[in-house]
Design a protein around this ligand. Structure first.
Ligand code: PMP
Length: 400
């Protein structure tokens, strides 16, 4: 017998070497207690959370929690079935209506995660003899959506409008084409030049799907995303999003004004062949989405926090993923894995949790300490965070 597990020996050895160096495993953190969107207990100590996707701090909103409790009481803990069969309850309809209202569109389809929304939409929209054109730094779920389908795959250089134009120009004019973009790229926190990219896509007769996972709630006048901020609501054909970030629960979705959009429900395997979300989850999502429609004050606070953190870290001499604060993600770029792990651990031991990100998740082989802000971070927490970065950065020798 060939042991199929032996292909993981390299990975196991690499991880063991990391642990043998005496560091805390950055990929095995347990939240022993969660006190608020910005505070948890990790390894017995109070810790500021600066590495979650809880951008709008909705996880402890009393109305959101109440909606979940009511749904649990009235509809039970789960649906026991696919949306296509017995798995559509009142609140699945309600959350899709909340999405149509939030985005001002005619169509909304909810999936069990954002990962599955990308997997399902991308593999279903583009088929044999058609083309998917995607940014090289696309999220894993976009790549997996490409693998799941039968379309030809073409990649262009990250955020490079001219490269997108060139690659589209080489494809057969009459073939179906889907350009897949992201509003915010989650590793470095940079945004896409969507206006230019969408114009290029349209010039070549391509349809456009934008993943707005990391922008919902705080980009654009209505919090719809970077595409709204850049005035592209009439030009983007499909928007994919998730409930796991600003909405504060779990689930994924796609919205569209396409008149035939509902047909996706009949053809999309990751929509059909899996159980639907539990009633409590869709009820919390619906309540959260409706509250996000008027969360202008939270939006303003999130941007203030992002600017304060970015400005403070820049002033100390850290190298960041973007020159200016572009989103709620501020990525600190480090030299190598060792520096990243030592710095990450120094922060954690002082009571700060950030994400440690490394290849293959990161672009160009970079090692990152990724900070993501929340509207509920208070100014004094940001001050403490900056103090911890200064101390750890100097101790590790990242800054002078
Ligand atoms: N798209 C992007 C850009 C993401 O960053 C993520 C998750 N990090 C997803 C999709 C998947 O979302 P979910 O967590 O809901 O599966």
């Amino acid at each position: 017998m060939t042991d199929l597990m032996s292909k993981f020996d390299g990975l196991i050895a690499e991880r063991q070497a990391l642990l043998d160096s005496g560091v805390i495993d950055p990929f095995a953190i347990v939240m022993e207690q969660v006190k608020s969107p910005t505070e948890a207990v990790i390894k017995g100590r109070d810790t500021i959370l600066l590495g979650t996707y809880n951008y709008m701090g909705m996880t402890f909103d009393p109305d959101v929690i109440q909606a979940g409790k009511d749904a649990l009481d009235q509809f039970g803990s789960g649906t026991n079935g696919s949306r296509m069969l017995n798995g559509t309850f009142r609140d699945h309809m309600e959350v899709e209506q909340a999405l149509r209202d939030f985005y001002g569109v005619s169509g909304a389809i909810v999936f069990s995660t954002g990962y599955m929304a990308n997997l399902g939409m991308i593999s279903t929209l583009a088929g044999k003899g058609e083309y998917i054109i995607l940014d090289a730094d696309s999220h894993a779920s976009i790549y997996d959506g490409c693998k799941q389908g039968n379309a030809e795959i073409v990649r262009f250089r990250h955020n490079d409008v001219a490269d997108l134009d060139k690659r589209l120009g080489r494809l057969p004019a009459e073939a179906g084409k889907l350009v897949v973009l992201e509003g915010v790229y989650s590793m470095l926190g940079d945004i896409a030049p969507l206006k230019e990219m969408v114009a290029v896509a349209k010039k070549h007769g391509a349809m456009v799907l934008v993943d707005e996972a990391h922008s919902m709630g705080f980009f654009g006048p209505n919090g719809r995303g970077v595409y709204e901020d850049q005035g592209l609501e009439a030009d983007v054909d499909f928007v994919v999003g998730t409930f796991s970030k600003s909405v504060g629960t779990v689930g994924g979705f796609c919205i569209s004004n396409h008149p035939k959009f509902e047909a996706i429900r009949l053809a999309c395997r990751p929509y059909i062949f899996t159980a639907s979300l539990p009633p409590s989850v869709v009820a919390t999502a619906a309540t959260s989405i409706r509250k996000l429609m008027t969360a202008h004050e939270k939006r303003a606070r999130l941007w203030e926090n992002a600017r304060a953190l970015h400005g403070g870290l820049t002033a100390m001499g850290f190298k960041l993923g973007t020159e200016k604060p572009e989103s709620a993600i501020v990525a600190v770029i480090l030299e190598d894995q060792e520096q990243a792990v030592v710095m990450w651990q120094a922060l954690l031991e002082n009571g700060l949790y950030v994400n440690m990100a490394r290849p293959p998740a990161t672009p160009a082989g970079t090692f990152l300490l990724r900070c993501s802000l929340c509207a509920e971070h208070r100014p004094e927490q940001i001050e403490r965070v900056l103090g911890m970065f200064r101390a750890a950065g100097q101790a590790v020798g990242v800054i002078g």
